[in-house]
Design a protein around this ligand. Structure first.
Ligand SMILES: Cc1ncc(COP(=O)(O)O)c(C=O)c1O
Length: 398
């Protein structure tokens, strides 16, 4: 298998390191490293306090360097959604990877099995989710083929995914999960690792009470399913799930042993609309699209960041306001433009050349638009470029 081709760091990016934020050309994806590190420290502290593991979702940042920072801060590894994301992580030296998704194509499973052997050789561990007997059989076949080819004896950790309210993948809580556990245990190359119970719909329910109610149902589903599995003499050693919106509920449940939250690190504009649970750490925005005003009229200005610079599936970006005076609203200007209208007290339209910072509506698909993120320390006004962060798993969709 060939490693993914790497886009070279351009001379422009290489020379940016050490320079003022003003030198960053637009549009550009910028990480406020100070804010990111504070988010990381708050997450580590939260997990410690609640005595849960955290395996943050790397589908959000898609970057090996950030995955390593998370593991240095105490994460046990990372989650990914795609085989190709797992390959990017392993290729960069991240050896504890959980594919929280169903993989069924034989050619993909051959890659999964190869990864399982690769990480085992490095002292790591690969995990994957399943939700069908067919899927278990195909995974076992791929692992057996890889074992006979490599003469290795790697084992892949397998989580049984139960649908706890999202209506996406997963078997119904209860006997269907028990049947899958038995199926997994028939194969020596597979190890039953626990339950995957993630409710994506709960993450963006706006009030803490709504999120608590949704996750209470998930917890009941897990407890019920775990009881049935354990009644058959099989321990359920780990329940993994949770996103940034609901993680306080899973952490407090006493049932979930591992948190998969990903967005907490960058915090997009959509997540900022959730009413914060008092138990939730105060995560800050750390991901911005730097943009510049290219046209200015009496009532509006136009910037150089449109839909090709940020995803809009969760709404348009917010303009970061350094003070109430400079508040601006962002309106759809198409692929390459954003329209800005004053929202603050001053009613001042920004002048041509003015640099602005957008908070993307949704961080994951926004990151996926860029080969590199520019890491800044010392703040967005007076800071300096500290490092260039490669997005190795950009476009890693297979
Ligand atoms: C299976 C799974 N776990 C965890 C997450 C992380 O959620 P968030 O980025 O909202 O924290 C996601 C996100 O979609 C997910 O699909």
């Amino acid at each position: 298998m060939k490693p993914p081709t790497k886009t070279p760091v351009s001379d422009y990016l290489a020379h940016l390191v050490g320079q003022s934020v003003n030198a960053i050309d637009t549009p550009a994806l910028v990480v406020d490293l100070d804010a990111m590190k504070r988010n990381l420290a708050r997450m580590a502290e939260f997990a410690r306090k609640h005595d849960v593991r955290w395996r943050p979702h790397a589908k959000m940042h898609k970057s090996v360097a950030i995955a390593k920072l998370q593991m240095q801060a105490g994460a046990v590894g990372v989650c990914v959604q795609k085989t190709a994301e797992a390959e990017a992580m392993v290729g960069g030296g991240v050896y504890n990877v959980y594919i929280t998704n169903e993989v069924v194509a034989a050619w993909k499973l051959a890659r999964v099995a190869a990864l399982a052997h690769q990480v085992a050789a490095e002292g790591g561990q690969l995990a994957i989710a399943v939700d069908s007997v067919e899927g278990v059989g195909r995974l076992a076949q791929a692992m057996n083929d890889a074992r006979s080819q490599t003469k290795g004896a790697a084992v892949v950790d397998v989580f049984v995914e139960i649908d706890v309210g999202q209506g996406r993948c997963g078997v119904a809580p209860g006997q269907a999960a028990v049947a899958l556990v038995h199926e997994i245990r028939k194969h020596p190359a597979l190890r039953f690792a626990g339950l995957q119970a993630y409710n994506g719909k709960a993450q963006h329910l706006r009030s803490p009470q709504q999120r608590r109610e949704a996750i209470a149902i998930a917890v009941d589903d897990v407890v019920y399913t775990r009881k049935l599995i354990e009644a058959e003499g099989v321990p359920v050693v780990l329940v993994s799930g949770a996103g940034t919106g609901s993680m306080v509920c899973e952490a407090a449940s006493g049932v979930f042993g591992e948190l998969q939250a990903g967005s907490f690190l960058f915090m997009d504009a959509d997540y900022a609309q959730n009413e914060r649970d008092p138990a939730q750490p105060q995560f800050e925005h750390a991901l911005f699209v730097k943009t510049q005003v290219i046209s200015s009229r009496e009532d509006h200005a136009v910037c150089d960041a449109g839909h090709k610079s940020h995803s809009i599936d969760s709404g348009l970006p917010k303009v970061h306001a350094f003070d109430a005076e400079s508040e601006l609203d962002y309106f759809n200007g198409g692929d390459e433009h954003g329209i800005l209208r004053p929202a603050g007290a001053s009613r001042r339209v920004p002048a041509i050349g003015r640099m602005l910072w957008l908070i993307p509506g949704h961080c994951d698909p926004t990151v996926n638009l860029y080969d590199f993120m520019i890491g800044v320390s010392g703040g967005l006004r007076k800071g300096k470029v500290e490092r260039i962060i490669r997005v190795e798993a950009r476009g890693a969709l297979t």
